[in-house]
Design a protein around this ligand. Structure first.
Ligand SMILES: CC(C)(COP(=O)(O)OP(=O)(O)OC[C@H]1O[C@@H](n2cnc3c(N)ncnc32)[C@H](O)[C@@H]1OP(=O)(O)O)[C@@H](O)C(=O)NCCC(=O)NCCS
Length: 191
């Protein structure tokens, strides 16, 4: 599969880099990885909108929808890749809400868990958002997902749901599960 050529003047956003990672825009060629790794039950059950199994066509539509949303609304969804060789590791994204907050979401392929990648990618996305003037982020995790709770705590998020959030639907579970809501207020950059 090939990407369609982009129009001239339609510049591809630059990758955001960290010590070990490059966060680059999604491409249609990522669909097989997204479907295979995102559709694994261990991943899909912990996010809202990935079915398990996940058809490749669904991932292609996700790529197209997120790229369109970036132009229309400003959403920034990026592939998390290993900087040394470009290997895909997962996905991270920010989505604007009407109230001015931006929602952070992410997942990693199971083989990439436990190496600090989610925290490293999250810190880079937050720093980039801060540089663009974003001052409030939201995020959440299902109550039975302590790894994501820990990632968000390491990034500075705090709970905003008074101890228990509403149940949310997960396509990976095909059911509703208790969910926790968190937020991060970012200090503006001082000049
Ligand atoms: C959540 C997820 C992104 C974490 O990725 P990761 O790269 O392994 O995360 P990090 O290594 O940066 O940090 C994980 C932290 O959780 C901790 N952790 C992992 N499993 C845990 C568990 N069962 N109980 C408590 N803490 C746990 C780790 O020890 C680590 O904390 P530490 O640095 O203090 O030791 C990954 O597990 C994933 O993709 N899960 C499925 C999808 C998902 O949950 N997405 C988020 C939706 S809210």
């Amino acid at each position: 599969m090939r990407d369609h050529p982009r129009q001239s003047g339609d510049a591809e956003p630059a990758a955001l880099t960290t010590q070990r990672l490059a966060l680059r825009p999604l491409a249609l060629d990522d669909a097989p990885f997204l479907a295979r790794e995102g559709g694994r039950p261990e991943v899909a059950r912990n996010v809202a909108r990935i079915p398990s199994p996940c058809p490749e066509l669904g991932s292609e539509l996700f790529v197209l929808a997120m790229r369109a949303a970036e132009g229309l609304r400003g959403d920034r969804v990026r592939m998390i890749t290993r900087r040394s060789d470009g290997a895909p590791l997962g996905v991270i994204g920010l989505h604007p809400h009407r109230d001015g907050a931006w929602e952070l979401g992410y997942w990693l392929a199971v083989s990439a868990w436990g190496r600090g990648y989610a925290t490293e990618a999250g810190a880079a996305v937050i720093a980039d958002a801060r540089a663009r003037g974003v001052d409030r982020l939201t995020a959440g995790h299902f109550s039975d997902n302590p790894a994501s709770a820990r990632v968000l705590a390491k990034l500075g998020f705090v709970y905003t749901d008074g101890g228990a959030g509403p149940d949310l639907f997960s396509m990976g579970r095909m059911g509703r599960t208790s969910h926790r809501a968190m937020a991060l207020h970012i200090k503006p950059l001082t000049r």
